[in-house]
Design a protein around this ligand. Structure first.
Ligand SMILES: [Zn+2]
Ligand SMILES: [Zn+2]
Length: 308
């Protein structure tokens, strides 16, 4: 997840799926959801990885030390927060275990940072530090490729859907030997009723289509300076979807400059220069309440080249 704003519209079920949260910066509107997430995850077996800009470890510690944890030693589950503070060329990592009342464990440990925040077999997340009068992370997620399962082919072959499909996908993402056998398990009421084995290559040919992955980028709370814009365009280049703030109208650009935010026109021009395929605008200033369509229109005009 990118940013921890008001999580009121997310279900507990969705929040519990989270493993990694990337926080652009800790202004309240981007970090106020921390407590909601923490509360949902207490009492679960879980490692939650958080990423944020310089100062982030101290701010996570500040949040955690704001509560009384005298009862957690009775918990039998293991819930850990692993916070990562991103600097220009290093990441500082520190662990906070619920059973230790979230006291900081030894460290922080330092790792080199070259722009990649997370690398999984199926996707990676990249980030860059931008200027918002404080440092703010620009973020981008790139899928390696996308595996689509052909439901009809499964039906034709009499194969069930189930957890084996995840193992099948992981084998592809991990470049497994094409001859490797995948076990297809059929279950009924939690009981295994049949197991069949197929070579990975055979299943890839028959039940999957593999297409180019998507690139999704997220830029908010940044000054429209030349340096920022250069860094953003390079990070979000060729995004399929670019989520970008459009806080002010261009006629109020002096205010945007003073408040370290983009105007809608700047957002549209960034998307155009980065050759994004689609833009999603957000973070509208409340001064335009009821007139949000003007911000959207201005950004789209710049994006589609009707303004320079
Ligand atoms: Zn904000
Ligand atoms: Zn901000």
């Amino acid at each position: 997840m990118f940013d921890l704003g008001d999580l009121g519209r997310l279900s507990a079920r969705d929040m519990l799926k989270l493993t990694h949260v990337f926080v652009t910066h800790t202004h309240m509107d981007h970090f106020i959801g921390f407590d909601t997430l923490l509360r949902i995850m207490l009492g679960r077996d879980k490692d939650l990885y958080l990423f944020g800009p310089p100062g982030f470890l101290r701010q996570v510690e500040g949040k955690l030390s704001g509560y009384t944890w005298n009862m957690v030693s009775n918990y039998t589950n293991k819930f850990n927060i692993i916070a990562n503070e991103v600097h220009h060329d290093t990441i500082l990592t520190r662990r906070y275990a619920c059973k230790d009342r979230f006291r900081p464990q030894e460290g922080p440990q330092s790792y080199p940072f070259d722009g990649t925040l997370l690398k999984e077999s199926s996707f990676s997340v990249h980030g860059t530090l931008l200027d918002h009068h404080t440092e703010c992370l620009g973020l981008s997620l790139t899928e390696n490729f996308y595996i689509n399962i052909k439901k009809n082919a499964l039906d034709d072959m009499g194969l069930p859907v189930g957890p084996w499909l995840k193992k099948f996908k992981d084998a592809i993402y991990n470049n497994a030997d094409p001859e490797e056998e995948i076990t297809v398990v059929s279950e009924k009421h939690g009981r295994i009723i049949q197991e069949k084995r197929y070579p990975l290559m055979y299943l890839m040919k028959n039940i999957a289509t593999i297409s180019k992955g998507q690139k999704i980028s997220y830029i908010t709370d940044v000054r429209g300076s030349e340096e920022n814009i250069k860094k953003i365009v390079s990070l979000v280049k060729d995004s399929d979807t670019l989520f970008i703030e459009a806080t002010f109208l261009d006629k109020d650009r002096e205010m945007a400059k003073r408040k370290y935010h983009l105007t809608a026109k700047q957002a549209g021009l960034i998307a155009k220069n980065a050759m994004a395929k689609h833009i999603e605008l957000f973070h509208f200033s409340p001064r335009y309440r009821g007139r949000e369509s003007e911000l959207v229109q201005e950004a789209h005009n710049a994006f589609c080249g009707r303004q320079r």
